[in-house]
Design a protein around this ligand. Sequence first.
Ligand SMILES: Nc1ncnc2c1ncn2[C@@H]1O[C@H](COP(=O)(O)OP(=O)(O)OP(=O)(O)O)[C@@H](O)[C@H]1O
Length: 542
Amino acid sequence: MHILRLLNTGTATGFRRILVVTCLAGLANAGVLGMINQAAEQTALNQPIGTDVLLLYICLAIFFFLADRASLREANRLVQHKLESLRLRIVGKIRSVDLRTLENLGHGEIFATIAQEINHLSQTLPLLVSAAQSAFLLVFCLLYIALLSFWAFLVVGGFIALGLAVFWWRRLSLDQALAQIHGQEAEMLDNLAHFTKGFQEIRLNADKNDALFTRFTQVVDDLQTQVVGIGRKWVVLLQFSNAFLYALVGVVIFILPLFFQGYTDVIYKITAAAIFCVGPVTAITAAAPLYAKADLGLGHVARLERRLSQGRMATPPVLTGSAFSGFSTIACQDLHFAYRDETGEAVFTAGPFDLTLQRGETVFLVGGNGSGKSTAMKLICGLYAADAGAISVDGVVIDADNRQDYRELFAAIFTDFHLFDGLYGLADRDKAEVERLLTRMELNGKVSFADGRFSTTSLSTGQRKRLALIVAMLEDRDVYMFDEWAADQDSHFRDIFYTQLLPELKSRGKTVLAVTHDDRYWSHCDRRLTMDLGVLTAGTRT
Ligand SMILES: Nc1ncnc2c1ncn2[C@@H]1O[C@H](COP(=O)(O)OP(=O)(O)OP(=O)(O)O)[C@@H](O)[C@H]1O
């Protein structure tokens, strides 16, 4: 079902063209069969085979191969195009979805669906198209049999329909097992990640290493048992399809002559046609497991897309900075936000709190681990939409329509920041300026900059944060947010951050909100706020 829905999206022109060419190929196939039977009949009657039969046979065979190739190529192109559109559509939704939806979906689920499932689909769908072609060939073979004998057509067609129906029905019972395998494969990948991501830890601890390997072996064993069980059922099904084909030819040769007068005249022709049906029927049955897996994969993709659509923010992208640039005051009033589990139960609540940020002030946010500092930052910059309360800029209330415009005020380096390998969206930045900043951050011997890209991002944690700071500086936003930026710096750079970089940002009229645990530098701000169990307490002026 999902596969048909995918092929049905967009314009139908390509799909229709493939249908027409496939029909022509099927027709030519039936023609080839007719010519073979014609030649066989002339031989049986001791007549020479006419050159017209030979020529027509050659022409039809060539036409069949050309049409078959064209339809396969076109179908492959169409399928890849649809999958590319699907991939772009999902990534398009990801880039405009709200952060909470993305966090709830989880990185692994998104990655597995986009990378694994769609890649798998791009390999299996062309094979399925080939099976669909076989179905067309089968239809034309049956039509040819109908031309020879209507009763033979009814019996052979009915026999094939019954066989395929039984096959399909038995196959449906395997879908559930296949769905279970998807879950077990995901569990196996999660366990595998312990060996790659946790490599350092397990090499330092043999007991942990052994325990993880025992667990992994168990998961792999369970998966294997499941896969072998499904394989066994497939073998039974495939044997059924082979036995069914033998039975079909047996019916044509031994049973039909008993019932129909005049049938003996065309028996060899119908036998040849029935044998011609064997190839397509085999192709269709062989494609059934691929179909089941592809349909299941597309189901996962569709579910991901639906969940992304549900969380989508209706904010238009802003291409040239923020309309709020040059603001005087950002006011957060009565902000309230909660993380909720799947049942909707709040697992952590931040707020309600009030906060006013003036242009050009430097504010430090302090508080214990898990007190809600990062959550507050994400709320203040509009990455999280508040459950209650309002943010306004110089009196303009931020809502779904202008939230993206508002976000463009901020440059942030969170604790879980991502370091990009180049300056995206900053094409006009001067190379000399980038190099000056690299030198200032003492990265000039490590990282170079050319064609908008940094030569490497394989750096120490402190160096990565310095490179992220360079990018943030180049973004030249009105408000800077730093979440424990200095935590991974040595004392030399920590000092530079508090005594030089922050004052420089202030002198350029930038507003800074920085989470910090460095009480030695707490005097280097205009105001200090404290977060405790999600509650923000009034600022201390310094
Ligand atoms: N994505 C999330 N989903 C659910 N709960 C979360 C999420 N992120 C954080 N939390 C929870 O919210 C609470 C506050 O987390 P937050 O990261 O804001 O604290 P923090 O003050 O920045 O802590 P730290 O100083 O350790 O960085 C914690 O109890 C945390 O477990």
